[in-house]
Ligand binder design. Structure first.
Ligand code: MN
Length: 201
C-alpha cells in the first residue's frame, strides 16, 4: 500500500561502512527492518481511518501504541543512516564541539555517556543526543523500543541503534565492540547541521 511515509534510500552503498558495519547488516537493517516500520506506520494510519469510519474505537489504544512505535522507528532509522558516513569519525568541532564541551566536559565524556546509555538498555532501544529547546541544552536520552522514555519537544541530532538487529549478525554478543565501532563512522557534519537547524527552529 502507499501512504504518507516512504522509505528513504541509504545515502551510501550498503558496503560503504565496512568493516565497521557489514553490507549484509546494512541491507537487512534498511531493506527489511526499516521498511517494516514504514509499512507499519502507513498500515496503522489506514486502520485509524477505518476505525473512524466505523465509529468503533475498541482498538484505539493498540493502534495508538503501534503508531508511536512505527513512526518513531521510521524517524530514528532515517536519522541513523545520515548520522553515519564512510568519511565519519574523529571529534566534533565548531558550535557542536563547544556545546559538548560545555555540557559533558568534552568529547570523551559525551561519548562515554552515549555509549553507557546504549549498552545499558534492557531489551531494545536507542541512545539519543537531543537538543532540549526550553533550557537550550544537549541531553542524552536512553529510549526504550523506539519511543519510550523520550522527552516531549526534544529534537534528536545523533542516534545510536542498540537493537540486536543492528549488530548481532556481525558482532554476535560482543556489543561493546559494535558501540566502539560506531564512533569511527559518526558523520559530525550531519550532527552539526541538525543542531543548527534545531537551534534556529
Ligand atoms: Mn534498527
Amino acid at each position: 500500500m502507499t501512504g504518507p511515509y516512504t522509505l528513504p534510500d541509504l545515502p551510501y552503498d550498503p558496503a560503504a561502512l565496512e568493516p565497521h558495519l557489514s553490507a549484509r547488516i546494512m541491507e537487512l537493517h534498511h531493506d527489511k527492518h526499516h521498511a517494516a516500520y514504514v509499512k507499519g506506520a502507513n498500515t496503522t494510519l489506514e486502520k485509524l481511518h477505518d476505525m473512524r469510519g466505523k465509529n468503533d474505537f475498541a482498538e484505539l489504544s493498540m493502534l495508538e501504541r503501534n503508531l508511536a512505535f512505527h513512526v518513531s522507528g521510521h524517524v530514528l532509522h532515517s536519522l541513523f543512516w545520515t548520522n553515519l558516513s564512510p568519511d565519519g569519525g574523529g571529534e566534533p568541532d565548531g558550535p557542536l564541539g563547544d556545546l559538548i564541551d560545555e555540557t559533558f566536559g568534552g568529547y570523551r565524556g559525551f561519548r562515554q555517556q552515549m555509549t553507557e546509555a546504549a549498552s545499558g538498555i534492557q531489551g531494545s532501544g536507542w541512545a539519543l543526543a537531543s537538543w532540549e529547546p526550553l533550557a537550550g541544552r544537549l541531553v542524552v536520552q536512553q529510549v526504550h523500543d523506539h519511543q519510550g522514555q523520550h522527552g516531549q519537544g526534544t529534537v534528536p541530532i545523533l542516534a545510536i541503534d542498540a537493537w540486536e538487529h543492528a549488530y548481532y549478525l556481525q558482532y554476535e554478543n560482543r556489543k561493546a565492540e559494535y558501540f566502539e565501532s560506531i564512533w569511527e563512522i559518526v558523520n559530525w557534519d550531519d550532527v552539526a547541521q541538525r543542531l543548527a537547524t534545531a537551534r534556529d527552529a
